[in-house]
Design a protein around this ligand. Structure first.
Ligand code: FAD
Ligand code: SF4
Length: 497
């Protein structure tokens, strides 16, 4: 085996079909995998996230060994140090790797002379995305998605969209249901001794509850999760996608993002499963289309814009927001019920669903002027599916409008009225979503008007924000709103809100 070339598999490329591994053969290829101490200690990561990544890497190394590969699996001070140690030990004639998911990862590989194999971890390579984007004034997700539908044939009948429409969003935006609804229960896997040892050895910096088996750590278990989602969740996906309820942390969301992001599942096999389930008659078109839109549309779009706009995108800060991350994000202590519920879900499961991320956490960041870099850093460390490529467009572009509107045509700013309509949080909260001034005024409502007031001139130029700015002109109590906003922001900073 001494003349064997090396394929270096990164921690989010855990699949035999990905890039450099797809062509590799046991006997001719040695696999390198590195656990980097520097990466593990680079942030206050959630325990469940660290457990998932490390357990999945170790399980994948075992899977490769069972298929006949020699695997050099090592813990090293950094990725670079791991590669150097490997080269010294085996002196491989060449080291190859699949294109990494991050800008910095690519720079490290190039710096070390690693041969980079084109990524097939997404259905649309970012260079193809860049070709699609070239010459367009606006990169509308909807246009991208329709192009991808036509290219891939998913949910297409010939050249027409299945069900006669491209978009069933109007059926997928229902408010919080008045009656009790039961939601599909996520699958769980038992943990064993090696899981417990792994968790015991995590850095002291790690935060959040210990793993409880929610997150699958092998490809086999991830495939079982996908089957479960197709049978139990997909038929329910859509109508209540934007709802937030205290009785369920997952509702009818799939919880598949960590597997897709680590390579345990490939987007093509998820889209195949959705298309098959729809054609078999078990799933309404609005649900199948709504779900496909997330995977084939949003996820791939976000990947494309990350590569298109890096590295400058990382430091975008259109509103010049500089507020440090409020203490509540770390302690979970706040009397704002919607925020406390979302932070509780993050602590317990390393998860918040999309609308909690956008309209509770991101919206607060936008309204309170929290530093984009600090919010990115916290979400990246806290979420089970965190990664820079998906975080930046979602946080900088969608949630904080910190890119000045390159991605979203208007800021997703909302007061308590929106949260009240879409959730059951407000009825048990000490604040009143309808009030913008006074001691029980909802902080979201106060800060919403304050945000419009502060950015009035700019927002008035945006035709989608103009009606909101016109409403602002009609308020007679702006001086009191400003006073209350100062109080709210002071208390947010002090951790007493
Ligand atoms: P579902 O609701 O079941 O959706 C299905 C799948 O669609 C997801 O698994 C995901 O792969 C994909 N998807 C849907 N929306 C998006 C999107 N906007 N961007 C990318 N993929 C999408 N997603 C991450 O994977 N990692 C993150 O760190 C992350 N951070 C986010 C931060 C903010 C502020 C916002 C607004 C969104 C973020 N998202 C992130 C996108 C999205 O919220 C999550 O992918 C989704 O909540 C994961 O849960 P799920 O698998 O149950 O999703
Ligand atoms: Fe959240 Fe305001 Fe509703 Fe309280 S009243 S739950 S702070 S939106």
């Amino acid at each position: 085996m001494h003349a064997a070339e090396t394929v270096w598999v990164l921690g989010d490329q855990l699949n035999r079909s990905i890039g450099a591994l797809a062509e590799a053969e046991p006997g001719r290829t040695r696999v390198l995998m590195v656990e980097s101490e520097a990466k593990l200690r680079s942030k206050a990561f959630h325990r469940q996230r660290l457990h998932l990544v490390l357990a999945a890497m170790r399980a994948f190394a075992d899977e490769l060994r069972r298929s006949g590969f020699e695997v050099d699996y090592r813990r090293a001070p950094s990725l670079s140090a791991g590669l150097e140690e490997h080269r010294r030990r085996f002196n491989p004639p060449a080291v190859r790797a699949s294109e990494p998911a991050s800008w910095d990862g690519l720079a490290v590989l190039r710096h070390h002379g690693v041969e980079v194999v084109r990524s097939n971890q997404f259905l649309c390579h970012y260079q193809d995305f860049a070709r699609w984007a070239a010459g367009r004034n606006r990169l509308r997700m909807e246009d991208f998605y329709r192009w991808r539908r036509a290219e891939t044939g998913y949910l297409m009948d010939g050249d027409q969209p299945a069900g006669g429409r491209w978009n069933f969003d109007s059926e997928n935006r229902r408010p919080a249901p008045g009656e009790a609804v039961s939601w599909p229960q996520p699958q769980a896997t038992g943990l064993d001794r090696s899981d417990r040892d792994l968790v015991d050895g995590l850095p002291d910096l790690a935060v959040g509850d210990a793993p409880a088996g929610t997150w699958a750590t092998t490809r086999r278990a991830a495939l079982a999760r996908l089957r479960h989602v197709v049978e139990a969740v997909l038929p329910r996906f859509g109508p209540h996608q934007d709802v937030m309820l205290e009785g369920s942390w997952h509702l009818a969301h799939s919880l598949l993002s960590p597997y897709l992001n680590l390579g345990l599942l490939l987007p093509g096999e998820v889209c195949d499963a959705v298309d098959d389930a729809y054609r078999a008659g078990g799933v309404p078109i609005a649900s199948a289309e709504g779900f496909l839109r997330q995977i084939l549309g949003w996820r791939e779009y976000v990947w494309g814009v990350y590569w298109l706009w890096m590295p400058g995108y990382r430091s975008a800060n259109h509103f010049g927001a500089g507020r440090p991350l409020p203490p509540a994000f770390r302690t979970g202590q706040t009397s704002m019920r919607c925020l406390a519920t979302t932070l509780g879900s993050v602590r317990r499961h390393a998860y918040a669903h999309h609308i909690q991320r956008l309209m509770i956490l991101g919206n607060l960041g936008l309204l309170a002027g929290i530093s984009p870099a600090e919010l990115v850093e916290w979400m990246w460390a806290s979420f089970i599916d965190g990664a820079e490529w998906v975080m930046l467009p979602n946080v900088i572009g969608m949630a904080l409008h910190a890119d000045g509107g390159r991605m979203a045509t208007k800021p997703y700013a909302a007061g308590g009225a929106y949260i009240n309509r879409m959730s059951d949080h407000c009825r048990g909260c000490r604040y009143d979503p309808k009030k913008r001034t006074g001691e029980v005024a909802c902080p979201y409502t106060t800060l919403y008007w304050h945000f419009l007031d502060t950015n009035r001139a700019e927002l008035a130029r945006n035709h989608r924000m103009r009606p909101a700015v016109r409403n602002l002109e009609r308020l007679g109590d702006m001086a009191e709103v400003r006073r209350r906003a100062t109080e709210v922001l002071d208390r947010l900073d002090a951790g007493t809100l």
